[in-house]
Design a protein around this ligand. Structure first.
Ligand code: SF4
Length: 408
């Protein structure tokens, strides 16, 4: 296999060392491992030869970036409201808070910079940050409206003694009354932790609120009930084992009240999450961890180019026929010869859409220098099939959002 130095063209090298099981479990990590232990391990492993960040470099996911920005806006403005003792957007103090922040559009713009700044460190994002920036900036008024719709339902206690100090963590000692954004609950004796968006504590109220920028999902209710459990078992923040009395999921258009677990329900939930933590840790201790291919999971899997189970004829066959309308798909091909200045002849090795051995014409709009014999995994490539002339090669067009990896 030829080696390549071009930045847009990397090798699909799996990790040299599989990661250890997570010492403390979170709802997100548990869901990741239970869905596919291999995917969690491929993402969590170290890739020091690729970058100095943690895990596998993230990909730009345009579909979820807008939600990430809205969440960052909510976090920022709520933090400032809490700091100023401002209970809601309808309070007179809110005008001053927003003025100091430069207005909603300014906050949205700053949050876009922050989100893209984090992403820009990823070598997989280099070519896409400008594209993502243009896309997000074109949506500023929509993002602003989404954040405002959620903020107008925020009602904090009138007088609060916030322990918020900018983005510094809240000291881990018994909490008294206050409003606490981005608070981490830890139940070290259970090996669990979780971070809630907003926690309100007063003599009359003990509320956990989480902002959700996507669609409703039953899993969100489970997440909030786990937070209620972790708060009740956090011996540093809550030595008196006070129970939460209100759990709220704040979606774009409405709030959902989640059932508050009783002490008995908390005991049952505790047993359940400890057992699930043990099973998940066991699953990711396998070498390699089990791969659980599934149409939906694999389609959006950021590390599928590294997954040997995904790149088998059996898995591709199982995926065949699904998503017939999907124009963008994944292919493994071998380049056979140059065809034109930016196109190559190739043979299909693996695909859910066409049989192995089929001839292909690989086109690219970005500068790539392939060589005869290169074996490539191409993700999210546009497939064109000439239905009337079946013997013709299929055309694979590598676009802005596609990724190409050499098979090691
Ligand atoms: S491609 Fe599918 S099976 Fe492989 S790691 Fe990703 S989700 Fe799991």
């Amino acid at each position: 296999m030829a080696s390549h130095e071009c930045s847009s063209f990397r090798t699909a090298n799996p990790p040299k060392v599989w990661p250890a099981a997570p010492a403390e479990m979170t709802v997100t990590t548990l869901a990741e491992i239970e869905a596919c232990p291999r995917r969690w391990a491929l993402r969590a492993a170290e890739y020091a030869d690729l970058w100095d960040g943690r895990g596998y470099p993230p990909r730009v996911q345009l579909a979820t970036l807008a939600g990430t920005v809205v969440h960052a806006v909510l976090e920022k403005i709520t933090m400032e409201f809490v700091r100023a003792g401002c209970p809601s957007v309808r309070d007179a103090a809110a005008i001053e808070v927003m003025k100091n922040l430069g207005g909603y559009s300014r906050v949205v713009s700053d949050c876009i910079d922050r989100v893209l700044g984090r992403l820009a460190r990823s070598p997989r994002a280099t070519n896409l940050v400008d594209y993502a920036s243009r896309s997000l900036r074109a949506q500023i008024s929509d993002l602003r409206a989404r954040a405002q719709m959620m903020l107008c339902r925020v009602q904090l206690p009138q007088t609060t003694r916030s322990e918020t100090r900018g983005h510094r963590p809240i000291p881990r000692h018994p909490l008294t009354a206050g409003v606490f954004p981005e608070i981490e609950f830890r139940a070290t004796q259970l090996g669990w932790k979780g971070k809630a968006d907003l926690f309100v504590l007063s003599p009359d109220a003990c509320e956990i609120i989480d902002f959700k920028t996507g669609a409703r999902d039953e899993k969100h209710c489970f997440q909030l009930q786990v937070y209620a459990l972790l708060w009740s078992r956090d011996i540093e923040l809550n030595p008196n084992r006070r129970l939460a009395d209100r759990l709220v999921l704040r979606y774009g258009s409405d709030d959902v009240e989640v059932d508050v677990p009783s002490e008995t329900a908390i005991h049952d939930l505790e047993r359940q999450i400890v057992a699930r933590r043990d099973a998940a840790q066991q699953d990711v201790s396998q070498r390699p961890p089990e791969a659980r291919p599934d149409r939906h999971r694999c389609r959006y899997c950021e590390v599928r180019h590294l997954c040997d189970t995904y790149w088998t004829s059996e898995t591709q066959r199982r995926m065949a026929g699904q998503d017939r309308n999907r124009r963008f798909t994944d292919f493994e091909v071998t380049i056979t010869a140059p065809h034109g200045s930016s196109s190559w002849d190739a043979t299909v090795e693996l695909s859910r859409d066409v049989p192995a051995g089929k001839l292909a014409l690989v086109r690219t709009s970005v500068e790539e220098q392939f060589r005869a014999g290169d074996r490539l995994r191409i993700l999210d490539v546009a497939l064109t099939v000439d239905e009337e002339h079946e013997a013709e090669p299929v055309v694979l067009t590598i676009g802005t959002l596609s990724e190409t990896y050499a098979v090691p």
